[in-house]
Design a binder for this molecule. Structure first.
Ligand code: ZN
Length: 407
């Protein structure tokens, strides 16, 4: 029954996203102050010299050719992206919005709900669409609010026969079903972008503090990650076949924005995500000075995992975002038969960036992601060392654990 209600609620959100008006008056759009011309990139952008800003030097805005259509500067067009086929032969078209600014600039793309049960990104997309207007924008924003529409309708992370689409990029036009869908998305949309933000949530009853994940050994990705301001940034090169990994390899720097938990909307976290994205748009010069920078600097974190050494019911004591000290009790794991309790202690000082929700856990289960704050330079050096190590390594890359570390 509960699932049915949720399913109806999600269908409603989908309809709203798909039927969004081209221009909405529901929420104030952000842009330059009255009468202000955006002749310069933002005044606080000096620490985020994104490669993207080079596009701002162009003389005039240009058309965007996408999905066989031409979107002129100043236009917001709602379109449908169709993968070449779909499970069972039925195609579920996914909504796609293009907001082509009146002034020249980069093409920044957003994808959400690549995993059909990760709905925070859908709501972030909806709020962004209400706030952005072509006349106030430099460059172009492309938003795909629900990539995996068929999974979304089933409240399912996967596509088709339980494939994880985010393991098949850049895809293959003659490959398996998920590989063909990945290939179509990659070539229809992703290669048109100058940078990509892929919106995700924790998976399998794990929740994440809003955070940026990217391969910081790549300078374009590190610069993109810095632009969000106020959000935590972690180095994570992503699982093999991920959209962000394949996009970065193809010359489109990409990060994942992880927000909250699957199947739930957390309004506070959604707002943090929207604020982070608006900060990015301002920092790369796509929005003008009328927008307040919420937090000037991003914080970079190295991740340490805390895993369970026993089986039982997990009861959390530490919340997302808590600063914890070494030896502090993070959680208890209670044996439901013997009623014995084992404490889970913080192995070091840090900030709780992710945690499993209260549930039954087994030995090895990932309970907490503890972030240890570092400078960007330290993170980049570590990421580069790791990248070199993995290149010289004959061992295959470790398969990600099945818990909330996935994206
Ligand atoms: Zn995901």
């Amino acid at each position: 029954m509960k699932e049915q209600i949720l399913r109806h609620a999600l269908s409603f959100i989908a309809l709203v996203v798909m039927s969004l008006p081209v221009h909405s008056t529901e929420a104030p759009s952000v842009g330059p102050d009255e009468g202000e011309m955006m002749d310069e990139p933002s005044d606080k952008a000096e620490d985020v010299k994104l490669e993207l800003t080079a596009e701002l030097e162009a003389e005039a805005a240009v058309d965007l050719e996408i999905l066989g259509e031409t979107i002129a500067p100043g236009e917001h067009r709602k379109m449908l992206w169709r993968s070449p086929q779909s499970f069972g032969g039925f195609v579920s078209p996914a909504p796609l919005h293009v907001i082509n600014g009146e002034r020249p600039g980069p093409v920044l793309c957003f994808t959400a709900a690549l995993h059909g049960d990760e709905i925070n990104g859908i709501e972030i997309s909806r709020r962004l669409l209400h706030k952005l207007e072509a006349k106030a924008l430099r460059g172009t924003v492309v938003i795909l609010p629900i990539v995996n529409f068929e999974g979304f309708l089933r409240l399912d992370r996967h596509i088709g026969n339980r494939w994880d689409l985010n393991r098949f990029f850049p895809g293959d036009a003659k490959g398996s079903y998920p590989s063909r869908v990945a290939h179509a998305l990659f070539h229809d949309v992703i290669v048109k972008c100058d940078a990509l933000v892929d919106l995700h949530t924790g998976s399998y009853y794990g929740e994440n503090l809003p955070q940026i994940r990217g391969d910081l050994s790549h300078s374009g990705v590190a610069k993109l990650a810095r632009g969000f301001g106020g959000l935590s940034v972690v180095h994570d090169s992503g699982p093999p076949g991920s959209l962000r990994g394949a996009a970065t390899q193809a010359g489109v720097p990409a990060v994942a924005l992880e927000i909250g938990v699957a199947l739930k909307i957390n309004v506070e976290q959604v707002e943090q995500g929207v604020d982070g994205i608006l900060t990015l748009l301002r920092r790369v010069g796509m929005l003008g000075r009328g927008l307040r920078l919420l937090e000037p600097k991003a914080s970079f974190f190295h991740i340490e995992w805390v895993r369970s050494n026993t089986s039982g019911i997990l009861i959390n004591h530490a919340d997302l975002g808590d600063r914890v000290t070494k030896g502090q009790k993070l959680a208890e794991i209670i044996d439901p038969i013997l009623s014995e309790t084992e404490d889970v202690l913080a192995p070091l000082d840090g900030k709780v960036l992710g945690r499993a929700e209260n549930q039954f856990v087994s030995p090895g289960f990932a309970l907490f992601r503890i972030g240890v704050e570092k400078t960007l330079e330290e993170m980049e050096a570590k990421a580069e060392a790791e990248a070199e190590q993995s290149e010289s390594d004959d061992e295959p890359k470790a398969v990600p654990d099945p818990e909330f570390e996935q994206n």
